[in-house]
Design a protein around this ligand. Structure first.
Ligand code: HEM
Length: 486
């Protein structure tokens, strides 16, 4: 009868289903080991680990640890327990649609990040980030492009201009938050960060167009983290469309500038006019591709770091008091103008420690993506050609062996420099973040104006933390925000 049929189905789902999964799980790993053995014999070894399930690899485990259990560091800790100690700091796995090796020790990470011949850049979807973008090109082309970009954003002279351009906007934003009284910090900080980016990169003031650009970027970034299924209705499909629309918008701006010969002292202007030693300039599509990818690299990351600064300071009154004291002193020395300049930075030592500690704990990029260009041997193991390599930087920053009480916000730990190779928040080697000084500057400026003029309290100090897509308190850090009462 009906019951018998149900029983049959239940038996299948709860009995045979898991058994089949288990068989598939073993088969997947055996398959990769066999293929490796056929190619290399017994002389070489794959790193320890497990390839997971067919098609999915260890995606479910990653989702479990990052999204459901909200214990992201357990993902690597579980591997250490299952496959022995920290070992060579290498584990085999299958993630983001590719067989992969995870590098998660200072030595292994350094090895990967500093061997451009062995490991190339590999973003899960290069096209979304931009084919001619600095994050995708290699070798001499990469060095040249990087030179242009760091000259435009990361040099003291550029940072000086940027500081002057950004501050009025930040001061206005903070005053408006105090008028609101209660804010969702993640949202407000994103808004002001984006307004600053539009100004720095393409000299655009907030308008319906910049709102549209903002929306396009949000959908594009969502696609970067989505499963690459490309048909109408998927996040990935919509992200590809957004990328094309963004390229068109920036292209139009570039053409308009060329037509009227308009010169702008912004990133686009810088990239349009810069020349290498042979007098060659960037092609138009390179300028556009790189502006788009710079927004991807610098927008959410910076906004997220600033949000975490407000969050941790709200929970650390002692740190906030020290920060305030230092910044009040800087502010007093300036008289009426409360804008800081590049020259004030040497007097803001505690602020600098707050900046580093915030970025360490924010873990904005949990891992960096590379691909093995050839079979590469390290510490007795082989990383096979074509496999992706995930440089797991997050685990360095949350390892009690590297940082005492790693989950405690403690700016004073920066009285001592970090142990070599344990601080890779901006990556390392020849691809180290091209905007790291700009990111630090934006945080510093924010901290200055926040601490001298305002006070704030988290309304849900015990809100759960989400780790996907980016680490943030689940409520976006809702806080009461008001002018400092003196
Ligand atoms: C707190 C904020 C930021 C964090 C945590 C961060 C982190 C990183 C990391 C980890 C990398 C290395 C990626 C890799 O090796 O594959 C990177 C690269 C990069 N970042 Fe940032 N970043 C931040 C802000 C910015 C800003 C503000 C900009 C510029 C506007 C920027 C531009 C870049 C660029 C262009 C690269 C690629 C460099 C290359 O491939 O040569 N970043 N960033």
């Amino acid at each position: 009868g009906v019951l018998g049929e149900w029983g049959w189905w239940l038996g299948l789902v709860f009995g045979a289903g898991p058994l089949l999964c288990l068989a598939a799980w073993h088969a997947m790993d055996a398959w990769y080991r066999a293929a490796f053995f056929l190619k290399h014999g017994s002389q070489r070894r794959l790193p320890p680990g497990h390839m997971g399930l067919p098609f999915l690899g260890e995606t479910l485990s990653l989702i479990w640890h990052f999204k459901l259990a909200r214990r992201p560091d357990e993902f690597i800790a579980a591997k250490r327990r299952a496959h022995g100690g920290a070992g060579a700091g290498l584990y085999r796995t299958h993630l983001f649609g590719s067989p992969a090796v995870i590098a998660c020790s200072p030595a292994a990470n350094k090895f990967v990040l500093q061997s451009p011949d062995n490991f190339g850049a590999r973003w899960p979807v290069p096209e979304l980030v931009g084919i001619t973008s600095v994050v995708n090109v290699e070798g001499a082309a990469h060095a040249r492009l990087r030179g242009f970009i760091t000259a435009a954003i990361n040099r003291p002279s550029s940072l000086r201009t940027i500081a002057a351009v950004m501050q009025p906007r930040i001061m206005v934003a903070l005053a408006s938050w105090a008028d609101m009284g209660t804010i969702v910090a993640a949202t407000e900080i994103k808004n002001v960060t984006f307004a600053n980016i539009c100004k720095m990169f393409i000299s655009m003031e907030p308008s319906p167009l910049t709102e549209k650009i903002d929306k396009l970027f949000r959908d594009l970034v969502a696609g970067l983290r989505s499963f690459p299924l490309d048909f109408p209705g998927t996040t990935f499909h919509s992200a590809r469309k957004c990328r094309r629309k963004l390229n068109a918008i920036f292209r139009e701006e570039l053409e308009a500038r060329k037509k009227v010969g308009r010169e702008c002292d912004d990133l686009m202007g810088g990239l349009m006019h810069m020349e290498d030693e042979q007098g060659r300039k960037l092609r138009d599509e390179e300028v556009v591709d790189n502006i788009v990818s710079l927004v991807i690299a610098g927008y959410e990351s910076t906004a997220s770091a600033i949000m975490w600064a407000t969050y941790h300071l709200a929970k650390s009154p002692v740190a906030l008091a020290k920060l305030r004291e230092e910044n009040m002193a800087v502010s007093k020395s300036k008289g009426a103008s409360s804008m800081i300049t590049h020259d004030d930075l040497p007097n803001m030592k505690y602020t600098a420690k707050v900046v580093e500690e915030t970025i360490r704990m924010a873990n904005i990029s949990p891992m960096l993506h590379r691909v093995a260009n050839r079979d590469v041997d390290h510490n007795g193991y082989t990383i096979p050609a074509g496999w992706s390599v995930l440089v797991w930087v997050r685990s360095l920053h949350t390892d009690p062996g590297n940082y005492e009480n790693p989950l405690t916000f403690n700016p004073d730990r920066w009285d001592e420099p970090a142990k070599p190779g344990t601080y890779l928040v901006f990556g390392g080697g020849y691809r180290i973040c091209a905007g790291n000084m700009l990111a630090r500057l934006q945080l510093t400026i924010m901290l200055h104006h926040l601490s001298i003029g305002y006070e704030w309290e988290l309304l849900n100090p015990d809100a759960e933390i989400d780790y996907v897509p980016n680490p943030r308190p689940a409520d976006g850090a809702v806080m009461s925000f008001r002018k400092l009462s003196t």
